[in-house]
Design a protein around this ligand. Structure first.
Ligand code: CA
Length: 218
């Protein structure tokens, strides 16, 4: 899953970005309100972590603009301003959660996971399709009870496939979910990754649609 982190403090942005990547998120960083406002593919990010005090504007205004433009992804405010008035304003402006700095990374991660679960309309985080089960919290996969060992990228790909089971995913959709904007995105990467995943979970689970992409079968 790819997260857009809007944070002007370079040290905090770097540290939080590193932690998120370790937890297998792909992370894009916007350091100003202007940069975030013109982010090219907001429809492709799974969640936004938004700081309120930005050098060139207020995160709340950005949030209102996004919601007015029907940006629908979960938005979590992460700020040093923690008065109840700030929280009320943030949530009323369309934030899904409000976290006051400093925060333990584990708590932030748990909140992000809860938001994306809610966004997907599922109370339980474990996904199951035809006997294949994926637990995004425990990071475990089993195929009819048999554990399946996956690399981090394979796990990320399977998670995406299972969230969107039955839908056609273009190679570009997959790249956008799994890799940062800055990462090298080569279409060949997806082919190789899909090939490896197929060998581990069974070829028949993923259908190639020539010229369109892939479909994880329900
Ligand atoms: Ca700030």
């Amino acid at each position: 899953m790819r997260v857009l982190l809007v944070e002007d403090d370079p040290e905090l942005g770097r540290r939080l970005g590193d932690r998120l990547r370790t937890a297998d998120y792909a992370v894009d960083l916007a350091a100003t309100a202007q940069e975030a406002r013109h982010w090219p593919d907001l429809d492709k990010v799974a969640a936004i972590i938004l700081d309120l005090g930005l050098p060139d504007g207020n995160g709340i205004e950005l949030l209102r603009e996004w919601r007015a433009q029907r940006v629908g992804c979960p938005i979590l405010i992460l700020t040093a301003r923690g008065s109840w008035q700030d929280k009320v304003e943030g949530l009323n402006a369309g934030a899904d959660d409000f976290v006051v700095k400093p925060v333990r990374f584990e708590e932030l991660q748990a909140r992000l996971n809860a938001l994306s679960r809610r966004h997907l309309g599922k109370r339980h985080s474990t996904l199951e399709v035809n006997g294949l089960r994926l637990d995004p919290v425990g990071r475990a996969v089993d195929n009819r009870g048999e554990p399946v060992a996956l690399s981090r990228k394979e796990f990320g790909l399977l998670h995406l496939f299972m969230r969107r089971a039955g839908q056609v995913l273009a190679q570009g959709d997959i790249l956008e979910d799994l890799y940062d904007m800055e990462a090298e995105r080569e279409l060949n990467t997806v082919e190789v990754l899909v090939g490896r995943l197929r060998r581990k979970i069974g070829r028949e689970r993923i259908t190639t649609l020539r010229g369109m992409g892939y479909r994880f079968e329900k």
